[in-house]
Design a protein around this ligand. Structure first.
Ligand code: ATP
Ligand code: MG
Length: 255
């Protein structure tokens, strides 16, 4: 059974892309096929997986407006066997506007995934920092939400809005959707605040919070600029160890 996961939080810079890319890379192997769908016009997941965003080839923009099939835009990630990516670039920003006139516009991604998802064990959808039509498509196409929360002040702000959106999608568009797991990111053990935020999140969400907390680690922030995940860039760094552990736990959460 394929797990289709929307990595979502409308708050910007909380670690959605870093989590999507590194969890995907950690789980991927020749016997475990993983797809990362970049659904953010910033194209950060595509960059992190080594894709040239200047390329003329079709990407998620064309898929979302119905001009390309998902299978035709997917590229293998050369560094990591079993890992594929459906890339995006700034063009995708236009899709959000063009899709407004589209019939069943919330279902574009789900329709695109229909015959394809069975080729994969995991599909991670990297969402943009908004609750617009692209994120809505991710929530309709996914079966679970992986919610990254940054261990900083204001981390919980806007969370109720996200959870309300998830409930709305669940009641009207996608009854199967659940918040599958929460991952705490960018934890700085030197600050009391980080610990307080982590505790507050655990009190609120209980067992859905993955045990492993992702530490703040410079190597994690450097890897994308080399077009690499942490597992090829610095596989023994604390960030790599943490994402590997988190991915193992996430695999066990099941659904
Ligand atoms: P956006 O909302 O813009 O899509 P995002 O939620 O996808 O952002 P990321 O891009 O993953 O967040 O992370 C934001 C920034 O923080 C990036 O520069 C990233 O490299 C860096 N970063 C992410 N996680 C960590 C970490 N654990 N330690 C250090 N830096 C990190
Ligand atoms: Mg991102």
């Amino acid at each position: 059974m394929t797990r289709v996961i929307a990595v979502a939080n409308q708050k910007g810079g909380v670690g959605k892309t870093t989590t999507a890319v590194n969890m995907a890379a950690s789980l991927a192997s020749p016997s475990c096929r993983v797809l990362v769908i970049d659904l953010d016009p910033q194209g950060n997941a595509s960059t992190a997986l080594g894709y040239d965003r200047e390329s003329e080839s079709a990407g998620m923009y064309e898929v979302m407006i119905g001009e390309a099939e998902l299978i035709d835009v997917i590229l293998p990630c050369p560094d990591i066997p079993g890992l594929d990516c459906a890339p995006a670039d700034v063009d995708l920003a236009g899709a959000e506007i063009e899709m407004v006139a589209q019939d069943r516009r919330e279902f574009a991604l789900r329709v695109a995934l229909e015959d394809l998802e069975r080729n994969y064990d995991y599909v991670f959808i990297d969402c943009p920092p908004s609750l617009g039509l692209l994120t809505l498509n991710a929530l309709v196409g996914a079966r679970e939400v992986l919610l990254p929360i940054q261990c900083e002040y204001y981390a919980l702000e806007g969370l109720s809005q996200l959870l309300k959106t998830v409930d709305m999608v669940k009641s009207h568009l996608n009854p199967n959707l659940t918040v599958g797991a929460i991952i705490l990111t960018m934890y700085d053990g030197r600050t009391r605040l980080a610990g307080q935020v982590a505790e507050e999140v655990r009190t609120h969400f209980g067992a859905r919070v993955l045990d492993t907390i992702i530490p703040r680690s410079v190597r994690l922030s450097e890897a994308p600029s080399h077009g690499q995940t942490i597992f090829t860039y610095d596989p023994s760094s604390p960030g790599a160890v943490a994402y590997r552990e988190a991915a193992e736990q996430f695999a066990l959460v099941g659904n």
